[in-house]
Design a protein around this ligand. Structure first.
Ligand SMILES: Cc1ncc(COP(=O)(O)O)c(C=O)c1O
Length: 369
């Protein structure tokens, strides 16, 4: 072979880490369910490790920098999937074994793929009486850490490096848009919404940040109830949620989110899971309400982890998710935990952070810590 290959054009990567981020935006005009001027979808699923590879890399680099994780050291984390994929990705790129604590809702294909990526998977069978599945997984993480004193726990709910991992995403949006009227983010740990807000607020002060949560989640409301959707929503109060940054919050139910995912699949091909369907619906609504085609929604991943839920007719029938979508949100009511609602009064619900009384969600010993 001659040396021409070295001067050839095109993108060639020598490290997996070079593939993280720099994701495109796609214009979406699909009626969801009403007509709207068109919003932009930031396609994080295009990056091989998905959106959470950004957070994983930031948390692992931070830990290595501070000496909390030595070269070759083990990473242990509680995750229902997406961060696990991100950690598997970064673990391979930087040479760290990964142990993931999941719950029994982790589907077999995802578990098999994570194992193929080298992760060891520990599955918890029962939710904790206070703090639900997240709390139960966290307790298992604590046990594993006690057995592996050198291991590092990223603690995605409370680690500021999670949010910091998304400042690049915020900068990409600045490059992609001269003007932005609203950014719509699902909220789970609060990482990507916080990281994006920290960049956008200083450069585009007028931009609205719209959070999308799941009915039954404790993030912005009362005590948690069982939830069908994964990814967005939380049964604990993570420190990474930047409450002061949100102009508005929508709660979108699983029937609406699954419907939106399938509408996207049939109209623009690009689709995803619960959080993608939910942000798409909220973004279409914002685009119509603001009469703006400068609304962006972050699509965190692709459809592939949702074969057995969003895209499974039997699952949808079993969980009564076939109802037609509600056309527009109704005002939020704390006692109602199903369909689509919204509020502009966004408050931190955790009394341990806002005052000094004990939080019934976080529990006496603090599910957040
Ligand atoms: C698929 C998916 N969407 C959205 C989110 C929420 O993102 P964040 O944790 O940055 O708030 C998560 C978090 O786990 C996720 O896995």
């Amino acid at each position: 072979m001659n040396g021409n290959a070295d001067s050839a054009g095109g993108r060639r990567c020598r490290s997996l880490l070079e593939l993280i981020g720099d994701t495109p935006v796609l214009r979406v005009t699909t009626p969801l369910p009403e007509e709207h001027p068109g919003f932009w979808a930031k396609l994080e699923g295009v990056s091989p490790g998905g959106m959470k590879a950004r957070a994983a890399l930031s948390m692992i680099r931070g830990a290595r920098r501070r000496g909390e994780l030595r070269p070759g050291g083990t990473i242990v984390e509680s995750t229902s999937g997406t961060l696990g994929i991100g950690l598997g990705y970064v673990g391979i790129a930087l040479g760290h074994p990964v142990i993931l604590v999941a719950d029994r809702e982790l589907d077999d294909p995802s578990a098999s793929l994570l194992r193929a990526h080298g992760a060891r998977i520990e599955v918890v069978d029962e939710p904790a009486p206070v703090g639900g599945w997240q709390r139960a997984r966290r307790d298992r993480v604590a046990r594993i850490l006690a057995e592996h004193p050198d291991a590092f726990w990223p603690d995605q709910y409370n680690n500021p490096d999670n949010a910091a991992g998304y400042t690049a995403l915020g900068r990409e949006l600045l490059e992609q848009f001269d003007r932005l009227d609203a950014v719509v983010c699902s909220v789970g740990t609060g990482g990507h919404s916080s990281g994006i807000a920290s960049v956008l607020r200083s450069h585009r002060p007028g931009v609205r940040l719209v959070g999308v949560d799941s009915p039954g989640s404790a993030l912005f409301g009362p005590e948690p109830l069982p939830r069908v959707m994964r990814g967005l929503g939380s049964s604990i109060h993570p420190d990474n949620v930047a409450y002061e940054e949100f102009d508005e919050v929508h709660w979108i139910g699983p029937a609406e989110a699954a419907w939106a995912c399938r509408e996207l699949a049939g109209s623009v091909f690009v689709t995803g899971g619960w959080s993608t369907g939910a942000v798409a619906l909220a973004a279409a609504w914002c685009s119509a309400e603001l009469d703006s085609d400068r609304v962006t929604a972050v699509f965190p991943d692709g459809p592939y982890r949702y074969w057995h839920t969003v895209y499974d007719e039997e699952f949808r029938a079993r969980n009564a998710l076939e109802a037609p979508p509600c056309v527009r949100p109704h005002p939020y009511r704390a006692d109602e935990a199903r369909g689509w609602s919204r509020t502009r009064r966004v408050e931190d619900p955790c009394p341990e952070r806002t005052g000094d009384s004990e939080c019934p969600v976080c529990g006496r010993d603090g599910a957040r810590s």
